[in-house]
Design a protein around this ligand. Structure first.
Ligand SMILES: Cc1ncc(COP(=O)(O)O)c(C=O)c1O
Length: 380
């Protein structure tokens, strides 16, 4: 089996310590020792979420956290304003409809961010119970201004549900300061833990709605997670080994410090964009709202997805992500999240330069690497 360097927006490469911890012999999940590990994870997650709210851990991928957020707050016929920023923003709308809710969609052109006034108008015209937003839209490489949506939600007294799955632990997620009521995360992204866990931070305002709601979902009913949380446990059997891995990943985040970690991700993003421009490539995301954890780049003329991404994978063992939905084959995405540092970024840039050069793309070989290095030098 081939092992590729993962330069995709999750799952990400894990540190040896996280891998070792994940492989430890399992322990009983109803024991004081395990309760202690869980409680520490919740505390560490509050640090990453910048919140005093409760944080729930679910044994399932990020979409389960999105599902739980909607299922636990929605009643049939409720209106949710869903900002359709890309594949993941649109997913919220699908979840709302699946529970019999009415999704008031605010479409956003892929690669761009939303117009605050347009969102405000839709919220003002509807009887919105909640507004949903994807903070870091992985499918387009755009980071959205969550703070402005928090203000709208407060003005209109509705819940603010934020998907921070690919920003939590890599970019600024100010859950409390931005007024986020339900904020979702995923283990396999910037948190740099194994895939299979998701996290949900829930405000008091959201708990009031959740606890009076006739929830349609059993396993993902956040109210039952809260009941167990009070007893330092989980309602169902959690993935003990994944939680071992997550606890080590969170310890490593504490050691690095959240501020340093965010700075590192921002530097990586700047270096990636500088390298792309120097390689004569066109960025897909609006430069004013480009993500700090994933960079989307247009496929240059004359290159198929296989001719570019495929060659980088075959020749250099590096995996980048392709485009999704209608931009499939038109863009590729470099994930620079989790444990990525300068050496990993330089490897993918030089691999790209070689494949582009050999394929006849007009570029000065070495210019991409030099541009990235300049950014690293400037930021120290
Ligand atoms: C922004 C965003 N939201 C939600 C998801 C869905 O997460 P999962 O695949 O872990 O269910 C992803 C996955 O890539 C994502 O990038």
């Amino acid at each position: 089996m081939e092992q590729h360097k993962l330069m995709i927006p999750g799952p990400v490469d894990l540190t040896p310590e996280v891998l070792k911890e994940t492989g430890r012999p399992p322990m009983g999940h109803r024991t004081p020792d395990f309760d202690e590990i869980l409680t520490q994870c919740w505390e560490d997650l509050k640090y990453v979420y910048q919140t005093k709210n409760d944080v729930i851990l679910i044994t399932a991928s990020g979409t389960a956290a999105m599902d739980a957020a909607v299922a636990s707050t929605i009643e049939e016929g409720d209106e949710f304003v869903c900002i359709g920023s890309g594949k993941f923003g649109e997913r919220f709308s699908l979840i709302v409809k699946s529970y019999g809710g009415i999704a008031k969609d605010v479409p956003v052109e892929w690669g761009k961010t939303f117009d605050v006034d347009a969102v405000e108008k839709v919220v003002a015209k509807s009887n919105a119970k909640a507004i949903t937003l994807t903070h870091n839209e992985t499918s387009t490489g755009v980071v959205h201004d969550a703070e402005s949506i928090g203000k709208i939600a407060k003005e209109h007294d509705c819940l603010f549900i934020l998907d921070a799955i690919t920003s939590l632990g890599g970019d600024e997620v100010k859950t409390d300061a931005w007024g986020v009521d339900i904020c979702t995360g995923g283990s396999q992204k910037c948190l740099a833990a194994p895939a299979g866990l998701s996290t949900v931070a829930v405000s008091e305002k959201a708990w009031e709605v959740i606890e009076s709601n006739h929830t349609k979902n059993y396993y993902l009913n956040l109210a039952s997670y809260r009941k167990s949380l009070k007893k330092n446990t989980t309602p169902f059997t959690p993935s003990v080994n994944l939680i071992y891995g997550l606890s080590m990943a969170l310890k490593q985040i504490r050691e690095e410090g959240l501020e340093n970690r965010i700075k590192r991700h921002r530097t990586l993003a700047r270096a990636t964009r500088a390298a792309a421009r120097a390689m004569n490539l066109e960025l897909f995301a609006d430069p004013g709202a480009a993500s700090n954890t994933v960079t989307s780049i247009k496929n240059p003329e004359g290159f198929t997805d296989d001719g570019l991404r495929g060659e980088v994978k075959r020749k250099f063992n590096i995996l980048m992500a392709g485009g999704q939905e209608h931009v499939k084959g038109k863009i590729f995405r470099i994930g620079h999240m989790g444990n990525v540092r300068q050496p990993e970024l330089e490897s993918v840039i030089s691999a790209l330069e070689t494949v582009l050069h050999d394929g006849g793309h007009d570029l000065e070989k070495g210019a991409g690497l030099a541009a990235a290095r300049e950014v690293f030098k400037e930021t120290g």
